[in-house]
Design a protein around this ligand. Sequence first.
Ligand code: APR
Length: 265
Amino acid sequence: MGDEIKKAAELLLKSRFTTAFTGAGISVESGIPPFRGNDGIWGKYDPHFLEISYFMSHPRESWTVIKELFYDFFAEAKPNNAHLVMAEMEKRALLGRIITQNIDNLHQEAGSREVYEFHGNSQRLICLGCHRLYPAREISLDHLPPTCRECGGLLKPDFVFFGEGIPQKALGASYEAVSLSDVFIVIGTTGEVMPANQIPFMAKSAGSKIIEINTEPSNFTGSITDVFIRGKAGEVMQKLAAELFTASLDDDKDGINENFEVHGK
Ligand code: APR
């Protein structure tokens, strides 16, 4: 892994604009299981509950599963070192933006500012009647389905259900990232889901070098990945930080961020 880490660090330090593309795997070390793979969510829950047509016709049944999955189980999840290192990379101008497929808000909680949510965010609820947005923490889920205080309309998590379109802001930011970037770092995603999985392919076609971090090969590994670092995102990003921040320290000597200790190489 050492050589790949060094190769990745070289690409990132030379890069004019780097975009990160993240998936569920980056949050596994925060206690949130992936959707696919051995202990994946879709092995235990029927994705049918997250189809927009089912939600509209059976809101209470759909909300019962949504509450258990996204609000009871994962409410306490905290950013792990992968999220923290990426926030530090942004501070040091080593990362331009993050396009995430995740709805867990952990990149933002780690301090990243340029985060574009391809599948929305579970920490917001939207009223399907008047489109008012609420922070999820302000809405009781003791009685389901939750309704809007203003118009009584049905509240829905502000993330993308199967059968819904991708938020325009995230799509626009992704296409712009494809044209701006010369490096894409793809972390913790199978690359199974359209249209999100097209973004790294588009970036490759536009000339970006692709760095990939994953515990397993993905749909990207054998086709567009230039540097594949096999391992857990939190562990790999800590090793990468040791290369990047030491090197960038030589430039600006402002000290390694105290948010996380950086172990020796
Ligand atoms: N570190 C890095 N990668 C990991 C780790 C880890 N600790 N643990 C698992 N992985 C990898 C797996 O090998 C897999 O490639 O993370 C990936 C998780 O894949 P998925 O569960 O398919 O997640 P993702 O690719 O983000 O799914 C895309 O599918 O159901 C929809 O909307 C949902 O956004 C999600 C989309």
